[in-house]
Design a protein around this ligand. Structure first.
Ligand SMILES: Cc1cc2nc3c(=O)[nH]c(=O)nc-3n(C[C@H](O)[C@H](O)[C@H](O)COP(=O)(O)OP(=O)(O)OC[C@H]3O[C@@H](n4cnc5c(N)ncnc54)[C@H](O)[C@@H]3O)c2cc1C
Length: 255
């Protein structure tokens, strides 16, 4: 498995759970370290090792050769790894060629206004490829997750059919790794300041991502039905200190 992000971690877990010998190779220090704060990322790597996954961190693939039925992966530190199959989960780039050739404004994806209209009034964009302004985060973002694609697609369709609704939805995403699972909202970037509020260390808890005394993202680690509460927290102007966040979620929201 090349890559240690969402796709890499999910596929490695799925293969291992199906009895395959798995080697994960990625340039970072630990699995998911662009999202998880370092102690949690270290825990996840050791958890995968316990499950039998071999982890080659700090390595990049520089070559791939096929010899008969086998494949030989060559790494940046001159290792050769012989495998039956290769899966690459190394990220995507939005395909904006068509949009560019149509003269649409493109900037890290197809730029849309809050009604999901592109720079051409008759053309709308939604999903992974669309860059939209999110008021809670106060900036233009592009999201590569299912909740965003589904919600945005529906709203674009309604607006194309004559409605005039604003897309203010802050998407969430989810992932499962063996028997660990999480849901996340907003900017979950381990380079932000983080505060981890464990109920049970590494098993159940909430990670808050802060910037300029505001909550920018929330990662719900084996904590469920808190996505809406997390969205509300991200929309709050703050200021928040780490102390204010202790025990803040899970929250009881009216149903
Ligand atoms: C392996 C994998 C696992 C994932 N797991 C998760 C997950 O666990 N949770 C989560 O939230 N998200 C997950 N995602 C992300 C999620 O699948 C995407 O966010 C979602 O599919 C985006 O939907 P979309 O409609 O914007 O784009 P896509 O689903 O990529 O659909 C784009 C469609 O447009 C077509 N197309 C492109 N160019 C043209 C053209 N010129 N003419 C006609 N058609 C064209 C493509 O062929 C494709 O059918 C995963 C993605 C992958 C690849």
């Amino acid at each position: 498995m090349i890559g240690g992000g969402f796709i890499g971690s999910e596929i490695a877990a799925a293969l291992a759970m199906n009895g395959k010998e798995v080697v994960m190779i990625f340039p970072g220090k630990d699995i998911g370290d662009r999202v998880f704060p370092p102690p949690l990322a270290q825990f996840v790597s050791s958890f995968y090792r316990q499950k039998g996954v071999e982890i080659l961190a700090g390595e990049e693939i520089v070559g791939l050769e096929t010899r008969g039925n086998l494949h030989v992966l060559k790494t940046s530190s001159f290792r050769e790894i012989v495998v039956d199959g290769v899966v690459a989960g190394v990220g995507i780039e939005p395909n904006v060629v068509l949009a560019q050739s149509a003269g649409l404004e493109v900037e890290n994806g197809i730029v849309v206004d809050e009604s999901l209209r592109t720079s051409h009034p008759d053309i709308y964009a939604a999903g992974d490829v669309a860059a939209f302004y999110n008021p809670a985060l106060g900036k233009r973002i592009r999201v590569e997750h299912e909740d965003n694609a589904n919600t945005m697609g529906r709203l674009a369709g309604r607006n194309m059919a004559g409605k005039s609704e604003a897309y203010h939805h802050l998407p969430f995403f989810y992932s499962d790794m063996f028997d660990l699972g999480y849901e996340a909202v907003g900017e979950v970037n381990s380079r932000l300041e983080t505060f981890t509020d464990w109920k049970r260390p590494n098993e159940e808890g909430i990670i808050y991502y802060l910037q300029n005394d505001r909550v920018r993202g929330v990662l719900l680690w084996n904590v469920w039905e808190q996505v809406e509460a997390a969205r509300q927290l991200i929309a709050e102007p703050g200021p928040f200190t780490v102390k204010d966040l202790e025990g803040k979620l899970p929250a009881n929201l009216p149903t």
